[in-house]
Design a protein around this ligand. Structure first.
Ligand SMILES: [Zn+2]
Length: 381
């Protein structure tokens, strides 16, 4: 059996920054370390080529009636900049007070190794275990997984499992393990209002023109009600109300709202739908303004009426919201409320559906209810 901590250290020493071609050697080194590890475990290993960074597919095959567990991970990391804010070298694993520091220890090299180690120990103890097992370790997660569908197409039926286990989520704290059963989806749009063909002088034209910044602010503020809920017809129609069991699970989080506020440096939280901050961030959809621009941004003043103003908007979605439907509801509301005196343009950006799985016996009943998830829920550790 290998020493998992030593393997994590080897992986952290390989600077596998997928976004920067200067780190190609680090990518190759991380990949080679994992290939060697999977071969040591007796798995069949294949590197799946992509235009950028190959994925690793390592598998333990067996008869079709054996259960098939698929485990996902990624070997690439985010850039380590700014380097001067690191207390220890980013790519030199350093153990302090029982914790390892270094780029990738938390995302995803360390957590991924928990699954690999657990599987290796299980197979060592039960070499004849009737279990099919596949690891898919990607090298492009931090750049948005551009090759992921092609990888899945390439693997075809070989990647179809009874369930997928992944560690690329959040832990509430060092003393608490959580199972992530849902992830919010997203839909993004960019909205621009434009008036005069160029910025014009407010002394000469002010008062006669509708200022795009003012109109955009009116438009933005119309998208929420005073209580913080989203003011778009139909926005909440398909949202499943928070279930008592979900709220009970969330209540087990060890963090208090005050600790959460302190960790963010905020004075407190808005209270939307009567839910606490831990509930509302997990169970409800949102509409947020991510960036706004328009007019003069330099030092001092410049007395113009800007020709245009724009805002980037994204919605976080919960099951069973459909990102395409919600995107259209947002666009319809904006079109209906935009002033006639200005030109409106809306650019659709990316979207992704929400994900949710409900353990057996819990509401709302989920057609894809998963006995493995229920087994995990019944574990106590
Ligand atoms: Zn990750």
């Amino acid at each position: 059996m290998f020493d998992p901590v030593a393997v994590i250290a080897d992986l952290v020493r390989a600077p596998s920054v997928s976004t920067d071609s200067k780190f190609a050697e680090g990518m190759a080194a991380a990949r080679a370390r994992l290939v060697a590890l999977f071969m040591q475990m007796g798995l069949d290993v294949e590197e799946v080529p992509t235009p950028l960074h190959p994925a690793i597919f390592a598998t333990r095959t067996g008869p079709a009636d054996w259960p098939h567990v698929v485990i996902y991970g990624h070997y690439d990391v985010q850039p380590a900049d700014p380097l001067d804010l690191w207390h220890t070298p980013a790519f030199e694993p350093t153990i302090k007070d029982g914790r390892m520091f270094g780029r990738g220890t938390a995302d995803n090299k360390g957590p991924m190794m928990v699954h690999i180690t657990a599987a290796a120990r299980l197979l060592e103890k039960y070499p004849d275990l009737p279990l099919r097992l596949s690891f898919l370790i990607e090298g492009e997660e931090e750049i948005g997984s551009p090759s992921f569908s092609a990888i899945l197409d390439h693997l075809g039926d070989r990647i179809k499992g009874d369930f997928v286990l992944l560690s690329d989520t959040q832990s509430p704290g060092t003393d608490q393990i959580a199972i992530t059963t849902a992830l919010r989806g997203i839909t993004c749009v960019e909205v621009e209002l434009s008036g005069a063909s160029s910025d014009v002088h407010s002394g000469l034209h002010g008062g006669a023109l509708l200022n795009p910044i003012r109109a955009l602010c009116d438009l933005c503020s119309s998208l929420h009600n005073p209580d913080g809920t989203v003011n778009i017809p139909g926005f909440y129609d398909s949202v499943v109300p928070p279930q008592d069991w979900e709220r009970a699970e969330i209540a087990k989080l060890q963090q208090t709202p005050q600790q959460y506020a302190e960790s963010l440096g905020v004075k407190g939280f808005t209270s939307v739908h009567g839910l606490n901050p831990f509930e509302v961030t997990r169970l409800m959809p949102t509409l947020e303004f991510n960036g706004i621009k328009g007019g003069y941004q330099g030092d001092g003043s410049k007395t113009i009426i800007p020709s245009k103003a724009s805002v980037k908007i994204s919605c976080r979605l919960v099951a069973n919201q459909d990102p395409v439907v919600i995107e259209q509801l947002v666009i319809d509301a904006i079109r209906a409320r935009a002033p006639e005196l200005l030109q409106l343009s809306i650019r659709k950006d990316h979207y992704g559906p929400p994900y949710r799985v409900t353990p057996a016996g819990k509401e709302p009943a989920d057609p894809a209810q998963n006995p493995h998830l229920s087994a995990a829920f019944s574990c106590r550790w």
